[in-house]
Ligand binder design. Structure first.
Ligand SMILES: [Ca+2]
Ligand SMILES: [Ca+2]
Ligand SMILES: [Ca+2]
Length: 341
């Protein structure tokens, strides 16, 4: 008595089915990711398989172009790509842990990591690695910079606005002028404001009324949560006494004039960081200050950017603190997010 062919076929089919299920299950187990660095990443030799290449050179950020950097290595590694403007000293850094640079992790859209902002200029590109001496170098030519959307009060590139109202004390060593010596935060020009005024906190001020920009109020969103005021300020490393105070006067009742029972919000910046720094604040978060202290609103207490009729920049220092100095650049309202320089 033997097993019939039919039964034998059924048995073989069953065995094959079981084997297939086992294979599929073990396949799943093999696919599980090992949690932690691979032995190759830890101990494998590092070498460059594909050298550093730049997808778009020259690059014109003013038309929305970007440029990507590509390279490939024998293992995953921590790398830093540093782009340095050869005229401005502007720095953009991109870092990751991977075995390739490509458009997904190494695309540059013209932004800056450390001020100043880039200008049209030749830039040095350096790719360095953690614990490896290799440095890959190249250059990329920037032919145009990003046009940042927003309401520009001034970038100081084309002189002062004739509609501004300015005041400067008659102190010692006064400076109150547009300058282009040294690096500016944006472009080539900035406003230099400073002096010794030993009888008053105020050193100098600039009133920027909306009429200087073509309206009785500034053309800003009604939503104070989506309006941001951005400025770039430079503090000399040997001076620690300068304070920049921005004031925002609203025409609460819409009569075309500001009176002192209407809102005036104040953004006081104790300039603590050396060099150029960006200061951005959401309009809804700008407080009312009296003598530098939070106070009750002067007007209806509603932040109304569309009723803003004057922005003022006042440079202050303790009258006993001697010479004070600051540079001012790129005063820009943005909507939706702070300026990404
Ligand atoms: Ca400028
Ligand atoms: Ca009014
Ligand atoms: Ca108001």
């Amino acid at each position: 008595m033997g097993i019939s062919n039919e039964v034998l076929t059924m048995i073989i089919r069953s065995i094959i089915s079981v084997l297939l299920v086992i294979t599929a299950l073990s396949g799943c187990r093999v696919d599980e990711e090992f949690d932690g660095p691979s032995l190759n990443d830890l101990y494998g030799d590092f070498a460059v398989i594909s050298p550093l290449q730049i997808s778009n050179d020259p690059v014109d950020f003013s038309t929305g172009e970007t440029t990507a950097f590509t390279a490939e290595f024998t293992k995953n590694i921590s790398w830093t790509l540093r782009i340095t403007g050869l005229e401005t000293g502007a720095i953009k850094e991109i870092s990751d842990f991977s075995n390739t640079l490509d458009a997904s992790n190494a695309t540059w859209n013209g932004t800056t990591t450390l001020l100043p902002m880039f200008r049209p200029e030749l830039c040095a590109v350096e790719l360095t690695f953690d614990n490896e001496p290799d440095t890959l170098r190249d250059t990329v030519l920037v032919t145009g910079v990003t046009n940042h959307p927003g309401l520009l009060l001034s970038d100081f590139e084309s002189g002062t606005n004739p509609g501004w109202v300015t005041f400067s004390q008659s102190g010692a060593n006064m400076s109150f002028t547009i300058d282009d010596e040294g690096a500016s935060a944006q472009g080539t020009h900035y406003f230099d404001i400073g002096g010794t005024v030993n009888w008053d906190w105020l050193i100098a001020l600039i009133h920027m009324p909306a009429v200087a920009y073509g309206g009785t109020t500034f053309n800003l969103s009604e939503n104070p949560a989506e309006v941001f005021f951005n400025s770039m300020l430079f503090k000399p490393s040997d001076l620690n006494n300068g304070i920049m105070l921005f004031q925002f006067r609203e025409d609460d009742n819409g009569d075309g004039a500001y009176s002192n029972n209407e809102d005036m919000y104040s953004y006081e910046i104790a300039m603590a960081e050396n060099g150029w720094n960006q200061y951005s604040i959401r309009y809804a978060d700008i407080p009312t200050l009296i003598n530098g202290q939070p106070a009750a609103a002067l007007g209806n207490g509603i932040h109304e950017p569309h009723k803003l009729m004057q922005v003022s920049a006042l440079f202050l220092a303790n009258p006993n603190s001697g010479y004070a100095n600051a540079y001012l650049d790129y005063l820009l309202f943005t909507e939706g997010s702070p300026l990404i320089p």
